[in-house]
Design a binder for this molecule. Structure first.
Ligand SMILES: [Zn+2]
Length: 205
């Protein structure tokens, strides 16, 4: 399963008419947040493949208005889905750094969101007899691919979900390569491969 994962930055090479020729073997697209929805809508239209995304801190709050969602794509925030033989879950947002900002959460708010998501993951693992294959977030977990500044500190609740739900992969965005993560965009935490997809990666999982 080849996944094109995008986040945070629009890439001209992808936002072009011949992108499908350059990436003809992609099976699915994943958005890890902070991207204009017009970009996601372009990708989903050109590739004609399913696109699952979570919102980032620069995205509007999800709601009924057309501006608040990416048309033709599925917002996976707080949800679990079994598709194309993969079990996937998503949790959007970043650490709270600007009170009132959309898709920003304190550490304790994010724990509450994690506690709501975990039963859905456990139930789906039993129902579909699969591990959680892919967990999509905007923020990195705490201590991995994150940084000390107030905007880019990782969310502890994501570490909790990794420990309890043991996804095979976590894809996240939000952080470029700061001093803590110069070595690699892929880290391992417990048994989970943690992939910083900023600004895009093709991953075969
Ligand atoms: Zn962000």
């Amino acid at each position: 399963m080849k996944i094109l994962a995008v986040s945070d930055q629009v890439i001209d090479r992808l936002y072009s008419g011949n992108v499908k020729d350059n990436y003809s073997d992609i099976n699915m697209i994943v958005g890890c947040g902070d991207l204009p929805y017009s970009y996601l809508e372009f990708l989903v239209t050109v590739f004609n493949l399913p696109l699952y995304y979570v919102p980032g801190n620069h995205d509007p709050e999800y709601g009924p208005s057309p501006d608040s969602r990416a048309e033709g794509c599925l917002n996976l925030d707080g949800r679990v889905i079994f598709t194309k033989s993969l079990l996937m879950a998503g949790l959007g947002g970043s650490i709270l750094y600007q009170p009132g900002g959309p898709n920003q959460y304190s550490q304790s708010e994010m724990y509450l969101r994690a506690y709501r998501l975990l039963p859905k993951i456990f139930w789906s693992r039993v129902r579909f007899r699969r591990p959680l294959d892919l967990f999509i977030t905007h923020s990195p977990p705490e201590g991995i691919h994150d940084d000390d500044d107030p905007t880019h500190h990782g969310l502890r609740a994501i570490n909790l979900i990794i420990r309890w739900a043991q996804p095979r992969y976590l894809f996240h965005g939000h952080t470029i390569f700061y001093h803590q993560n110069l070595d690699s965009h892929i880290a391992t935490y417990q048994t989970t491969k943690i992939v910083n997809v900023y600004p895009f990666r093709v991953m075969d999982i």
